[in-house]
Design a protein around this ligand. Structure first.
Ligand SMILES: [Zn+2]
Length: 221
């Protein structure tokens, strides 16, 4: 655990759950971090619990890198998890998870990852083996989401042949020069995206964030 500001965010590898260590402990948390499996990596920062205060620290740690949330959150939905990758001053990736209930699917998790190519957080959250989504952007997209005035096409990411497979749908595309991944659990919840969802970058939102409901069980990833 490293204290960033007033709140403790746990550090980890963006690509796996193996604990990482500081290459030079004397350099402090802004120094290099190394994963036994992935070598030197930008650290992943994740709160032990999704709270408003931890989210404020998350936005500070991700330093203006976009953090997307479904907007507005449906009644009864909560922000249950989030994470950022990067050192202070450099953001490489963010993820959020919102959880709620739909009439057709029961409990649903909607995870959104925005990342610079090669970061590996999207594939970790999606449970896919390659750091890039491996989508065929020349084919017809599966769904579109809206970010600001842009309609962002998203294509299906194959999850077949992955050991320890679990029930989810993965779609990905490109938004503002970064990969945008969405992981929906259960898999059938991808149909929720049919109604042109809106994602909002809340990195600069400020006071309205106080209105967001935080907490609840985070998904495993
Ligand atoms: Zn790793």
């Amino acid at each position: 655990m490293v204290t960033v500001g007033t709140m403790a965010l746990a550090h980890g590898c963006p690509r796996c759950s193996v604990p990482i260590a500081q290459v030079d402990p004397a350099a402090g948390p802004d120094g290099e971090w190394s994963c036994p499996d992935h070598g030197v990596v930008p650290p992943l920062w994740r709160p032990p619990e999704a709270t408003y205060d931890a989210f404020a620290e998350h936005l500070s740690a991700s330093n203006g890198f976009p953090t997307y949330l479904p907007w507005p959150l449906s009644p009864g939905w909560r922000v249950t998890d989030f994470a950022a990758v990067g050192h202070r001053g450099t953001g490489f990736a963010t993820m959020t998870c919102c959880s709620g209930t739909s009439g057709l699917d029961g409990p649903v998790d909607v995870l959104v990852v925005s990342e610079e190519a090669g970061t590996g957080l999207g594939s970790r959250v999606a449970g896919t083996p390659r750091a890039d989504p491996g989508i065929d952007m020349s084919s017809a997209p599966e769904v579109r989401v809206r970010i600001g005035i842009q309609a962002i096409p998203l294509w299906v990411v194959s999850t077949s042949g992955v050991p320890g497979e679990w029930d989810r749908s993965v779609v990905a595309g490109e938004a503002n020069g970064c990969w945008l991944w969405m992981v929906l659990r259960p898999a059938s919840a991808v149909l929720l995206l049919g109604d042109e969802w809106i994602l909002r970058d809340v990195s600069g939102l400020g006071p309205p964030l106080v209105e967001l409901p935080f907490g609840g069980a985070p998904p495993p990833w």
